[in-house]
Design a protein around this ligand. Sequence first.
Ligand code: UD1
Ligand code: CA
Length: 478
Amino acid sequence: LFWDKINKESKTKGGDRLNIGIILAAGEGKRMKSRHPKVLHKICGKPMISYVLEEATNANIEKKVVVVGHKKEELIAYLKETDSIIKEQPTGTNDPYGTAFAVMQAIDEVEDNDNVIILCADTPLITSLSLRNLIEYHKNTNSIATVLTTILEDPTGYGRIIRKSNGDLLKIVEQKDASEDERKVNEINSGIYCFNGKALKDSIKKIDNNNVQNEYYLTDAIEILNSLGLRVSAYKIDDFEEIIGVNSREQLAYASKIMQKRINRYHLDNGVTIVDPDSTYIEPNVSIGYDTIIFPGAEIERGSRIGENCIIRGITRISNSIIGDNCEIESTLIESSIVGNNCHIGPFAHLRPNCRLEDNVKIGNFVEIKNSSIGENSKAAHLSYVGDAEVGKNVNIGCGVVFVNYDGKNKYRSIVKDNAFIGSNSNLVAPVIVEEYGYIAAGSTITENVNEGDLSIARARQVNIQGWVKKKGLIKHK
Ligand code: UD1
Ligand code: CA
C-alpha cells in the first residue's frame, strides 16, 4: 500500500518530509463590510495574514503558498514583498467556491511525500508552537490527515468535530449542515490541518458541493479519507484563543484584544510595569527595558525601542523611535526620532520625524521639533518651534522661540552652537548661525549670524510717551 510505504519511508528518513503551507485568503470576507481584503486588516498594526506567514515560518514551514481571490490586487501587492508563492482562485459569479476549491488552486505545488499544512489567513492568533505540535502529532500517530481542534463554550459558526463512539475522528460538519445534536458539540474545527500530500491530492478530487451552501468544503476530506480506511486524527489544544477566526469587525476587535494581551504579558514578564494593560497599546517588535513604567494611554508602535527605567504617561504615542534610559515622557507624540538618556519630554510636545536628542535634554510644554538635533543639557521648555536646526550643548531656547525655516518656497537650516542663549519670543530666520556663547535678547528677530560671545538685540527700541493716555481723554474714573 502506498500509505504504508510513505509512513515507513518517513520513519526511516527520520520523518524529514518537506513541510508546505497552503494559506487560504481568497474568501469574500463579506461580513467585514470593507473595500480592502479581509486578511490585510490589521491587528496591533500588522496585517492578519503576516502573523500567519511568520508563525508558519517559525514552525519550519518554509514553502508557503497563498491562495488569493476576492480583492486580490491589494493582497498580491502586499504578498509580493513576502517570500510566499501566490496562486489565484477564480472568483467569477459562476465559479465554484469553498475551502476545498481554494486548496485546489495550490495543489500543483504539493508533492506526494509533503506534509501539507493548511492555514487560514483569517486565523491570526495561531502560534508556531501549536503548528509544530500539530505536525509532530501528525507524524507520531502516522496519520494521513490531522485536524487541529479546540473546545469552545460557544461554538456557533464553526465546523463541529464529530467523533466515533470510540473517540476517533469521524468527520467535520459545518454549522449550517449540522443536525441539532451535532450543533451541541463543543469541539470545533480550527480550519488548520496537516495532510499527507498524496492523501490531500486524492481526496480533494472527490469533494462535491452537495451541502447547504453549495460550497466545496475542505472539511469533507476527513470523511472521505476515513471511508477509505485511512488514519485521520484530531489534535486538540487547550488554548482556544489561538483558533479565533476573524470574520467580522467584532471578531477583529476581539482578536486584537487577545494579541494586545499577549504582547503586554510579554513585556510584563520582561520587567516592565504596565499599570493598566487593557489600555496600553504596544505593537509587536517593540522592545522595552527593565523597570520602565507605562501608564494608561500609551501607544508604542512600529518597532520602537524604549530603554530602562523610563516613565511614560498620558496619551503618548511613540512611533518608529528609540528612547534611551531614565527618560520621562508625558502626553507627547514622538515620530521616527532618537532620544538619549535622562531626557524629559512633554507634556504636549511633538517630535516630528528625524529628530535626535542627546542626553539630559528637556523639551517642555507645546514644543514642536522637526528634523533637528539638540545637544546635551539643552532645553526648550515652553511653546517653541525648532525646525531644520542643529542645536549644540547647554543651549537655552526661551519660551516662544521660533526657528523660521521656510520662506514660502524653500527650507533652510540654522545652527546654534554650544552654550548659546536664545531669549524668549525670538525668531531665528534661517539660514543663520549663532556661535558659541552667542546671546540673543528676548523678542529679537535674528536675520544675521551672531558672533561668539556677542549679545544680539534685534528689535525696535522702546519709546515712552509721557501722559499720552490722559491727553487722549481715555482715563474715566479719576
Ligand atoms: C471554516 C471551516 C470551519 C472552521 C472555520 C474555522 C470549511 C468548510 N469550514 O469555516 O469548519 O470551523 O473555518 O475558522 O472549511 N477561502 C478561500 N476560498 C474560498 C472560500 C474560503 O480562500 O473559496 C478562505 C477564506 O479567505 C478564509 C478561509 O478560507 O481565510 C476560511 O473560509 P471562511 O469562509 O472564513 O470559512 P468559515 O465559514 O469560517
Ligand atoms: Ca473564517
